[in-house]
Design a protein around this ligand. Structure first.
Ligand code: ATP
Length: 411
């Protein structure tokens, strides 16, 4: 056995300790000193690339801060991926802290009143954390409105701060002066980790995740070196280490070595494609992507827009999807190009002028079939009808079966 637990690799995991963020913690200590000096609970926008520790540092700091003050801190996390408007944020907050149910359609004023009534508690400081703030759909990030609601409906003793987390730095440029100049407003940036910092983070997680002596000494330094050159993201480094552990496990070995890390490194693209297919593509985009991949595999050549449109038109009903115009198909192909899954080539039609386009997947087709098969049985049928094997053993490089890796059915 290699792993004690895979928990430290999960998104929702918060380590007991934070490393490599001393400067950010000192900045937060300065910001929050204002509250200790008698000012209102500060608000914060923290931004930086994915996996640079924004969520971890905020969670960790608030728990230290709680020990320094004589009130409890109650954290309400709202994901702006899902709750994209101010109204939805209030609906979510009401459902989290109020005992009564407030169906959608309840007037926003009413929601604000009941939320703030519930927050009227002298023993608690509330923190609303807005994750993925760049997905918030309205023109201005909602700090001003939430603070307005607190001062309108909150009691004198109500304390509530707002923390926005975003991995888009462009968001900061779009914030209005009104928000930036609020006395309680602060902005912090996190930057990618360097190799020694990633090593510290990996060691911290590996101590809990792996059995004693299950990692060869060189694995963590190499893993940190690879990721520091690419993204500097703790999320990427942890994923690579977990994948290396999986490769060792699949080979029935009791120790993760550099050879396993090497195989894992080569399989990362397939893993990222898996997540892109399942999480970032709409059902229509998924079908178009699979049609292109099947055509590329069977005919060993790109597919023209007309042929793709005809095939989509024939298949969409068995996938419970609407028929769409050729123009819409072209838009969906453009989305797939933007997401790095499809490549398009333009062709000129001789002297008569005019052009036509052909499309191919930008990755090996079997890397598309794996997540497709895991998404719906309809894709299994579609692949079988096109004589493509969905047997995991038919996938090249069986040391890494991505579908098994992402499931919890091993280790
Ligand atoms: N400084 C750190 N100390 C310890 N663990 C860390 C640190 N930074 C990141 N991690 C680990 O890496 C994981 C990802 O980090 P985190 O979620 O904080 O990044 P993020 O910047 O909020 O990412 P995203 O923008 O993708 O949501 C965390 O679950 C945590 O386990």
């Amino acid at each position: 056995m290699i792993f004690n637990t895979r928990q430290p690799f999960r998104d929702e995991y918060t380590p007991d300790e934070i490393v490599a963020h001393n400067e950010t913690i000192s900045e937060l200590v300065n910001i929050f000193q204002e509250y200790i000096d008698g000012f209102q609970a500060p608000s914060l926008l923290i931004y930086g690339d994915y996996g640079t520790g924004k969520r971890t540092v905020v969670q960790h700091f608030l728990s230290i801060f709680e020990n320094e003050i004589d009130r409890d801190i109650e954290i309400l996390t709202v994901n702006c991926n899902k709750d994209t408007s101010l109204y939805q944020i209030f609906v979510e907050l009401a459902s989290r802290i109020c005992e009564e149910d407030y169906p959608s359609g309840t007037h926003q004023d009413k929601l604000e009143k009941v939320i703030l009534r519930r927050m009227d508690d002298p023993s608690t400081v509330w923190y609303i954390i807005l994750e993925n703030l760049e997905k918030f759909n309205e023109c201005e990030i909602p700090f001003e409105e939430i603070q307005q609601s607190i001062s309108t409906y909150g009691a004198d003793r109500t304390e509530c701060g707002v923390i926005g987390i975003s991995n888009e730095s462009a968001l900061v440029e779009s914030i209005s002066m009104d928000v930036l100049q609020r006395p309680d407003m602060n902005i912090l940036e996190t930057t990618p980790y360097d190799a020694p910092q990633l090593q510290e983070i990996l060691n911290l997680h590996a101590d809990e995740a792996f059995r004693e002596n299950a990692l060869a000494d060189a694995v963590i330094p190499k893993c940190a070196a690879i990721i520091s050159q690419e993204t500097g993201s703790a999320r990427d480094a942890l994923q690579l280490l977990e994948l290396a552990g999986y490769v060792a496990y699949r080979n029935d070995e009791s120790r993760v070595t550099l050879a396993h890390l090497d195989t894992a490194t080569k399989s990362r693209d397939a893993l990222n494609t898996y997540y892109t297919f399942k999480q970032d593509l709409t059902p229509k985009e998924q079908l178009i992507c699979v049609i292109i991949a099947v055509h590329n595999k069977m005919d060993e050549k790109p597919i023209s827009t007309d042929e793709l449109y005809d095939k989509y038109d024939r298949e969409c009903q068995s996938f419970n999807l609407d028929n769409i115009s050729k123009r819409r198909v072209q838009q969906l192909i453009a989305n797939l190009r933007e997401k790095g899954v499809v490549r398009t080539q333009e062709h000129n039609i001789g002297r008569a002028g005019g052009t036509w386009s052909s499309h191919e997947v930008a990755i090996p087709p079997h890397e598309i079939f794996q997540p497709a098969v895991a998404t719906t049985g309809r894709f299994v049928r579609y692949l079988r009808n096109n004589n493509i094997s969905v047997d995991p053993l038919a996938i090249p490089n069986p040391e890494v079966n991505i579908q098994t890796f992402v499931s919890d059915s091993w280790s």
